[in-house]
Design a protein around this ligand. Structure first.
Ligand SMILES: *[C@@H]1O[C@H](CO)[C@@H](O)[C@H](O)[C@H]1NC(C)=O
Ligand SMILES: *[C@@H]1O[C@H](CO)[C@@H](O)[C@H](O)[C@H]1NC(C)=O
Ligand SMILES: *[C@@H]1O[C@H](CO)[C@@H](O)[C@H](O)[C@H]1NC(C)=O
Ligand SMILES: *[C@@H]1O[C@H](CO)[C@@H](O)[C@H](O)[C@H]1NC(C)=O
Ligand SMILES: [Cu+2]
Length: 162
């Protein structure tokens, strides 16, 4: 089970915004998915508040998945280089995450914990107890990225947190 993060400094926010250009042309895209994830510390330092927003999704290939990934997107924009999901408790992807028990999921498995992207536009806000905003913490989203996937896990687009 993931540890609850209790020492997030108040007043921090990290934001990642998807780029205008896709690195891959995965499947038949009607334009490019747009979107961003904002991660703010909570007033009491416990966990973080996520605000996610996506639009202009492909017509086929959903419901779409999204996760925090371990590594940053390099300058060339290749989403494959972001490696695996953020998983400091080395849970692995299987068995799939049970959203009723988010502490049992990979820390970075946001669509597993809080729901897949099932509408266009899609907006969601939620509190996550297990994400850190302190660089160097193994559950930190700082110096990481997020990736949007088709339901078959093919990567569509990705962005770095800043
Ligand atoms: C992990 O969390 C689940 C769900 O709350 C709980 O049933 C289980 O006992 C926990 N496991 C450990 C090792 O703490
Ligand atoms: C994954 O789904 C997309 C969209 O439906 C499709 O274009 C792509 O070929 C699929 N990839 C694989 C490996 O099945
Ligand atoms: C993207 O990155 C992966 C892993 O780093 C690499 O294997 C692949 O060749 C890269 N793709 C392109 C088109 O550069
Ligand atoms: C990440 O840190 C937690 C303590 O906050 C620790 O329990 C866990 O084993 C660490 N994970 C790794 C892969 O070192
Ligand atoms: Cu992912």
């Amino acid at each position: 089970n993931a540890s609850v993060i209790t020492d997030n400094p108040v007043g921090l926010e990290a934001v990642a915004t998807l780029p205008d250009e896709l690195f891959f042309t995965a499947g038949t895209l009607d334009g490019n998915v747009k979107g961003s994830i904002s991660v703010k510390s909570s007033a009491n330092g416990i966990g973080v508040e996520y605000k996610v927003s996506f639009s202009n999704l492909p017509k086929d290939g959903g419901p779409f998945l999204y996760h925090i990934h371990e590594k940053k997107v390099p300058n060339d924009g290749n989403c494959t280089s972001t490696a695996a999901h953020l998983d400091p408790f080395v849970r692995g992807e299987m068995p799939t995450c049970e959203s009723k028990f988010p502490q049992t999921c990979q820390v970075g498995d946001l669509s597993g914990k809080y729901g897949k992207i099932t509408s266009d536009p899609f907006e969601a806000t939620y509190h996550d107890e297990f994400s850190s905003l302190i660089a160097g913490n193994n559950a930190s989203i700082v110096d990481r990225s997020f990736v949007v996937h088709f339901s078959n896990k093919t990567r569509i687009s990705c962005a770095n947190f800043a």
